[in-house]
Design a binder for this molecule. Sequence first.
Ligand code: SAM
Ligand code: DTB
Ligand code: SF4
Length: 324
Amino acid sequence: MLDSTVPQIRHDWHTNEILDLYALPFNDLLFKAQTIHRENFNPNEVQISSLLSIKTGSCSEDCGYCPQSARYDSGLTSEPLMAIYDVLKAAEQAKSQGASRFCMGAAWRKPKDSDIERVVEMVQGVKALGMETCVTLGMLTDTQTTRLKEGGLDYYNHNLDTSEDYYSEIITTRTYKDRLDTLERVRDAGINVCCGGIIGMGESDLDRANLLLQLANLPQHPESVPVNMLVQVQGTPLMGTEQLDPLVFVRTIAVARIIMPKSRVRLSAGRNEMSDEMQALCFFAGANSIFYGDKLLTTDNPMTNHDLNLFARLGLKSAGSSYA
Ligand code: SAM
Ligand code: DTB
Ligand code: SF4
């Protein structure tokens, strides 16, 4: 077993240490993750975010997993940036269903400054409803992060997606460094960072370890770490990728919990394809946030009734919300 006297917050992880964690017997790994989880969080509370795609499809990028890229025929109908009234209606509904954070996603490589002004209005409107705000808009400039911070944005989501080595197999239209640069700008502007990746894209054990290594060795751990299971969408290059062993996904959650003990680890995309039992194992491994609501950005998420029932069966409560 690893020495529990080692200081918890570290930014100097080595790949081999992370591979060693992955290789622990499953029960040892989950026990360790659950122990660390309990030292840092209420183990029966899960933070609830809802997603809305505020600008859908026709994206210039070639992310191999994404139905919103203009390069692939996923059958998706593109939609321009939504009107603020419709966004606030969706946020109100998410709040009434029990979400404490509203995350707005746009299919952009990078927004224009005029887009940022419209997003700031949305952020202010959602905050006025008493919800936390998160947006994911692609690459940002310093001026844009400053503007979003002034506008009151709480979180910015920008994922590393995979390891630096595997990255070029998935995306060629922007670099890993572009992503790290945007993350640094978000951090420097004082906005909370939401950053994670996607598992199940045909990456190796080493790639998964190196993705987690990158996240944990950032100068400050992301406050929120979404761990997505690839949602395979017809027409995208990653459709047909060999299914990952679900227990490897659970191990990924556990390792993320151990090496980023104070971050909210989000059991993100892919829950619709997971059994309730697998999700329960993910919560035991230290996941303590979900996307809630019938839709992610463009693909299906479990129905809210199903999630409420699962929470009741597991004795889980929503963190930071009076509902669920
Ligand atoms: N266009 C912006 C960008 O790429 O930064 C923001 C929106 S983009 C859809 C946000 C994230 O969703 C991606 O970085 C990726 O991690 C995740 N995502 C997209 N499609 C996915 C899929 N099919 N399965 C799992 N996660 C996915
Ligand atoms: C994240 O890591 N996962 C969310 C959110 N951040 C923006 C998006 C998942 C998208 C899944 C595919 C879709 O619905 O389009
Ligand atoms: Fe565009 Fe974002 Fe999808 Fe990549 S992940 S194709 S940048 S919407």
